[in-house]
Ligand binder design. Structure first.
Ligand code: SMG
Ligand code: MG
Length: 378
């Protein structure tokens, strides 16, 4: 595949309500979109980095910088080299992965660029993300991630609203001081039948093990990332002291990390976020690894627009994604999405079947939310 040029576009997307986690409060998404233009098609990738390096070391200005300074030039240099013995000097998503490998880290930036190339490649081939990844379902059950609130009554109202909308599983964000009481209150109000899990975003230490063990009473599906991202060994120690299964999010940045975590016994569930692990190809490797080991997996979320959501829903439809994902409907995040909105039907989202992501930004809406664009010609 040849490339005419790549656009870096920044959009500002206000959230319908503030989203508070143990590391901070998001009120808007400042999203970096990558658009790859080829002679045949254009492909989109959404960078999941946040404005500040709080969830991970990456942040959106940093992602834009590393893309324009190093990663995009690496693709351009490759396309400028003479054709190889097969007469093929073109690019595909697999080759993008290899070309970006020398650059350490910056997985969210890599994922956005690789996804944009993959989308262009699949649109050209007339093949959907779901088909490419090996999705086996045409719709996926959806969970919703509920932020830390000012009071338990406020939380109960929010959860009641999401259950009314049809969400199949609820995830509560927790932190020290907001854990046992909100979980107990939600269980008491909505009963033992609901699928409930918690996410600490690395807010505890192993010294909190006895306290976290009290969550065992609430029959949670899992506790996500209780300890710091590099505390793999401590997570294994914690797992021995909890009945609640441990799921890792921030700790898993690659299939190698997932293999290490599984063999250490640091987790029995994996949250797969393509942005965090460098793209959908690595996400698929993690999926395959989990499946081979009988480890449950599910698709995480980073408050994506419809573009990122489309690809996540395709990933969530793979056979090894055995738990509902953080793949909520567009309206959980934005009053107006940049694509046709994803809408819940009976607690499920439909997997797009059109070529590539199967969705495209609506031009007028995209223009309205755009704050900057930059064209890098090849
Ligand atoms: O996309 O619905 C979503 C958000 C899901 O809770 C969510 N993501 O740690 O899993 C996580 C968080 C990270 C983003 S918080 C701003
Ligand atoms: Mg998480």
């Amino acid at each position: 595949m040849k490339i005419n040029g790549i656009e870096l576009r920044r959009i500002a997307m206000p959230l319908v309500a503030p989203f508070r986690t143990s590391f901070g409060t998001e009120t808007r998404r400042d999203v970096l979109l990558v658009r790859v233009v080829t002679p045949q098609a254009e492909g989109w990738g959404e960078c999941v980095a946040m404005s500040e390096p709080l969830y991970s070391p990456e942040y959106v200005d940093g992602a834009a910088d590393v893309l324009r300074r190093f990663m995009i030039p690496a693709l351009r240099a490759r396309l400028a080299t003479p054709a190889d013995a097969d007469g093929d000097a073109g690019l595909d998503a697999n080759l993008v992965g290899r070309l970006l490998e020398p650059f350490r880290g910056h997985r969210m930036a890599k994922a956005a660029l690789e996804t944009a190339v993959l989308d262009a490649e699949l649109r050209t081939a007339g093949r959907s993300f779901g088909s490419y990844l090996g999705a086996t379902r045409d719709r996926v059950p959806c969970g919703v991630s509920v932020g830390i609130m000012n009071s338990v009554p406020e939380l109960l109202d929010a959860v009641a609203g999401y259950l009314d909308e049809g969400y199949i599983r609820i995830k509560l964000k927790i932190e020290p001081g907001w854990d046992l009481d909100p979980v107990r209150a939600v269980r008491e109000r909505f009963g033992d039948g609901m699928l409930l899990q918690v996410d600490a975003n690395a807010a505890y230490t192993l010294a909190d093990a006895n306290h976290l063990a009290k969550l065992d009473d609430f029959d949670l599906l899992l506790i996500e990332q209780p300890l710091a991202e590099d505390d793999m060994v401590q997570h294994a120690a914690l797992a021995k002291r909890l009945r609640t299964p441990i799921c890792l999010d921030e700790s898993i940045e690659s299939a190698a990390h997932a293999a290490a975590a599984i063999s250490l016994g640091a987790c029995s569930v994996v949250n797969i976020k393509p942005g965090r692990v460098g793209g959908y190809l690595e996400a698929r490797r993690i999926h395959d690894l989990c499946r081979a080991h009988g480890v449950a997996a599910w698709c995480g979320g980073m408050l994506e627009t419809g573009l990122g959501r489309a690809a996540n829903v395709a990933l969530a439809a793979m056979p090894g994604c055995t738990l509902p994902g953080d793949t909520s409907a567009s309206r959980r995040y934005f009053a107006t999405d940049i694509t046709e909105p994803f809408e819940l039907q009976d607690g499920h989202l439909t997997v797009p079947t059109g070529p590539g992501l199967g969705v495209t930004p609506i031009p007028e809406i995209l223009e309205q939310v755009t704050t900057a664009t930059e064209w890098i010609a090849f």
